[in-house]
Design a binder for this molecule. Structure first.
Ligand code: PMP
Length: 441
């Protein structure tokens, strides 16, 4: 039974000294972790399909990352980039600038901070100073972080409970959630419908010439693993161009190989679109706090001195980890692996969809796959309680999963991309067995 005695002692201490609101859904304590496997202090092993919510695309404690960190920490830790220059920062910036598919002439620059929220916050500052405009547009279902501004940009009401007043100048349009189209809207009408909703924001909230940026996730993460439809992206890009609005892709969760490409917005090339600014964090440094804002030098160099910066951003150890992560992607061909894992999972999940009526939708891009559970396929009533129980049952059987979605009724697949075929097989059978067991109760 979980937790074992040693884990229970740690959890009890957590309850005593850590605020209850710092979420923890599982009776699991980490003692050691490697690749896709976590071991607890009582010797239980868990297969990780969450990876710290998309932080560990190259796996827990990848040996090359550990070696890079050790090597760097023997030289210096902080690097003082707020005062002097260290090469890890500039080398990582050079590599990200070369591969990020941002709009422009290819001469890109990168600014580092410590988290997804921080890079999003800074991307907005950069967009505002560039355009000289006060407002931004975000989308339903979005998650962008937990600072005041990024919390305002985040759509789930529960995340802003009791903390208002929120930031000014943030307006929300609808993100195309094709599985849950509003009543009376067919999939053929969907694109027109969502664009009309966006126009309404211009009419009712802020004229387009006062909007500095639109911010969207190429694949919504917390919102339920929903890929932004490419025809919609094409239309959004056009609206941005016509109105001098910057398009910011928040790739904090969907970036760094998760979708089978280094950046999910690479898929936008097929509709001749590209974001002006990309924000990335999570998997960039295999668990060390690091995030980057990437854009063309024209956008980056206009920012007044003092507006962006910070004491820890781009610290030397995190940058060393980031450089190792990029090398691992090449050495281990993790983008191809991401595609392959994704293909296998989506094939399997779609097969389950034909067997278990509780599965309403299976969708995703590369290895970023969501399974949406509903109690009734016609009404699409979210099976929120089922998913809650499913997660707990899987943890007992040794598989760590996480939910997502506006109704918390989506299981998200976020396993480290270094997961072996055998480990994948084990995870798939635990999950299917648990769905079957709970469906037949
Ligand atoms: N953007 C997206 C798309 C995210 O998924 C998250 C984290 N779940 C964030 C921003 C915030 O990142 P952090 O927790 O590092 O601040």
């Amino acid at each position: 039974a979980l937790p074992g005695p040693k884990a229970a002692a740690v959890i009890a201490k957590r309850k005593e000294y850590v605020p209850n609101s710092v979420s923890c859904a599982y009776p699991v304590v980490m003692e050691k972790a490697q690749g896709a496997i976590i071991q607890d202090p009582d010797g239980n092993l868990f297969l990780d399909w969450v990876g710290g919510v998309g932080v560990l695309n190259v796996g827990h404690a990848h040996p090359q990352v550990v070696a890079a960190i050790k090597q760097q920490s023997e030289k210096y830790l902080h690097g003082m980039f707020n005062i002097v220059t260290h090469s890890g920062y500039v080398n990582l910036a050079e590599q990200l600038a070369a591969i990020a598919p941002v709009k422009g002439n290819g001469k890109n620059k990168v600014f580092f901070a410590n988290s997804g929220a921080e890079v999003n916050e800074n991307a907005i500052k950069i967009a505002k100073t560039y355009t000289g405009r006060p407002n931004i547009i975000v989308f339903s279902g979005a998650f962008h972080g937990r600072t005041l501004l990024t919390m305002t940009m985040t759509s789930k009401k529960a995340y802003t409970k009791g903390v208002g007043p929120l930031a000014n100048g943030v307006f929300r349009a609808d993100f195309p959630y094709l599985y849950r189209l509003p009543k009376g809207i067919s999939s053929a009408d969907a694109l027109d419908y969502y664009l009309a909703r966006l126009r309404k924001v211009f009419e009712e909230c802020s004229p387009a010439d006062q909007i500095a940026a639109m911010v969207l996730e190429p694949v919504q993460g917390e919102g339920g693993f929903i890929p932004a439809p490419l025809p919609w992206i094409k239309a959004i890009r056009k609206i941005c161009d016509e109105n001098g609005i910057l398009l910011i892709a928040d790739e904090v969760q969907c970036g760094f190989g998760r979708t089978g490409k280094m950046f999910a917005s690479e898929y936008w090339k097929s509709v001749a679109a590209a974001p002006d600014i990309i924000t990335t964090a999570k998997s960039i440094a295999d668990g060390l706090p690091l995030g980057g804002v990437i854009a063309n030098q024209k956008i980056m160099d206009q920012v007044p001195i003092g507006v962006i910066g910070g004491t820890f951003g781009g610290n030397a150890v995190a940058c060393a980890a980031g450089l190792a992560v990029l090398k691992i992607f090449k050495d281990e061909q993790l983008l191809a692996r991401s595609q392959k894992i994704g293909e296998r999972c989506i094939r399997e999940f779609k097969k389950w969809q034909t067997k278990y009526p509780i599965i309403g939708d299976v969708r995703g891009l590369g290895s970023m796959i969501g399974i949406e559970f509903v109690t009734d396929r016609t009404t699409k009533q979210p099976a929120t309680e089922f998913v809650k129980q499913l997660i707990q049952l899987c943890v007992k059987k040794g598989l760590i999963l996480e939910n997502a979605g506006v109704y918390s009724n989506v299981i998200r697949f976020l396993a480290p991309l270094v997961i072996t075929d055998e480990q994948l097989t084990v995870g798939l059978s635990i999950l299917e067995e648990s769905i079957q067991e709970l469906s037949s109760r």
